[in-house]
Design a binder for this molecule. Structure first.
Ligand SMILES: Nc1ncnc2c1ncn2[C@@H]1O[C@H](COP(=O)(O)OP(=O)(O)O)[C@@H](O)[C@H]1O
Ligand SMILES: [Mg+2]
Length: 290
C-alpha cells in the first residue's frame, strides 16, 4: 500500500469555496453552524464484521471545497467508508473529524453529534429504496427539518427542489410518480435541505440510464461549485469519478491500493496494476484518457 499522496493535478482543479452570499435567496440562519467551509479527515478507520475485516486502516484528508473519489470493485469497502464516516458502520478503530483551513479556536462538531449529522449528509446508492414509497416529496424533505428544529419549512422545501432542478410542482408527488433521475434529485434535495458542508455520495448515478447519469453528474458539479460543498463520492466506475473528482482513492478488499489525482489517472500515471485493471474495465474511462 502506498502512502496517501494528493497528487499533482488536484490544486488546479479544486474549486475554492464561494462566499455564502452565492446561495440565494437567503433564508434566516438556523441554529449555530460553523460559518467556514469544511472538509473531512479520517485516520486509521477499521470496520470489522465478526471475523471479516471490511475496512482496514483507511486514512485520507479531503480539503474544504474539494471533491474526493473512492473507487474499487464491488465489495472493496467503498460504501463502508461512507457509512463509517456518518456513524452507520461500527468503527473498531480510527477517527473521523471535520477540518477547516481557517485558524479557528472554536471546536468543530464531533462525529455522532447533532450538528455533525447536519453538516455531513449522505446520498444513498439506490434512489428507489432510499425514498419512503408512501411519503410525498414534501414529507420526505420536511422530515429532516423537523428533526433538526429548522423553521421556514415550506420555503426551504421549495428552495431545495429548485436547487436540484425540479421546482415546487414536485412537492406533492409520491416516489412512484417520479422517474429514476427525478428520484435521485429528490434524494439530493433531502441531503441539501439542511445546508450541509460535506456530501457523501454513494454511487449516485449507478442506477440511472447513461443520458440521465450525465445530467445528474452535471447537476452535482454545479451544486458543488455554487454551494461550496465538499464531496466524497464512491463509484465502481472510474469514468464517473474522474468526471467529478480531483483526487481519487483506489480500494481493494478493504485496503487502500493508492491515491491518485484525476490528472494523473487521465494521463495513465498510476502505480498499481489493480488501478490499471480498473481503468481497463471502465471502457468510458479508457476513451476519455487515451
Ligand atoms: N453489515 C455488514 N455485515 C457483514 N458484512 C458486511 C456488512 N456490510 C458490508 N459487509 C461486507 O463488507 C464488504 C465491503 O462492503 P461494501 O463497503 O458495501 O463494498 P462496496 O461498497 O465497495 O461494494 C463486503 O464484502 C460486504 O459483504
Ligand atoms: Mg457500495
Amino acid at each position: 500500500m502506498s502512502a496517501p499522496d494528493p497528487g499533482t493535478g488536484a490544486a488546479e482543479r479544486s474549486a475554492p469555496c464561494p462566499p455564502p452570499a452565492v446561495r440565494a435567496p437567503p433564508l434566516p440562519a438556523q441554529n449555530t453552524l460553523p460559518p467556514q467551509c469544511l472538509g473531512l479527515e479520517v485516520r486509521g478507520l477499521r470496520v470489522v464484521y465478526g471475523d471479516f475485516v471490511a475496512l482496514a486502516d483507511t486514512s485520507f484528508r479531503v480539503e474544504p471545497g474539494a471533491s474526493f473519489g473512492i473507487v474499487g470493485e464491488s465489495g472493496s469497502g467503498k460504501s463502508t467508508v461512507l457509512r463509517a464516516i456518518c456513524g452507520l458502520a461500527p468503527l473498531s478503530a480510527g477517527r473521523v473529524q471535520l477540518v477547516t483551513d481557517e485558524t479557528s479556536t472554536e471546536a468543530l462538531p464531533s462525529p455522532g453529534s447533532k450538528p455533525f449529522r447536519r453538516l455531513v449528509q449522505m446520498v444513498f446508492q439506490d434512489p428507489y429504496g432510499s425514498l419512503h414509497p408512501r411519503q410525498t416529496v414534501d414529507r420526505i424533505l420536511s422530515e429532516p427539518l423537523a428533526i433538526h428544529g429548522v423553521k421556514d419549512e415550506q420555503a426551504r422545501v421549495e428552495r431545495a427542489l429548485d436547487e436540484v432542478g425540479l421546482g415546487g410542482g414536485f412537492r406533492f408527488r409520491y416516489p412512484h410518480q417520479l422517474s429514476g433521475g427525478q428520484r435521485q434529485r429528490v434524494a439530493l434535495a433531502r441531503a441539501l435541505i439542511l445546508e450541509p458542508q460535506v456530501l457523501l455520495l454513494d454511487e449516485p448515478t449507478s442506477a440511472l440510464d447513461a443520458s440521465v447519469q450525465a445530467e445528474v453528474l452535471n447537476l452535482l458539479e454545479d451544486l458543488r461549485a455554487r454551494l461550496g460543498l465538499t464531496f466524497i463520492m464512491v463509484s465502481h466506475d472510474l469514468a464517473v469519478v474522474t468526471h467529478l473528482c480531483d483526487d481519487i482513492l483506489v480500494m481493494q478488499r478493504g485496503q487502500t491500493v493508492e491515491r491518485v489525482s484525476a490528472a494523473d489517472l487521465a494521463a495513465h500515471r498510476v502505480q498499481e496494476d489493480y488501478t490499471r485493471r480498473l481503468m481497463q474495465a471502465s471502457g468510458g474511462f479508457v476513451r476519455v484518457g487515451s
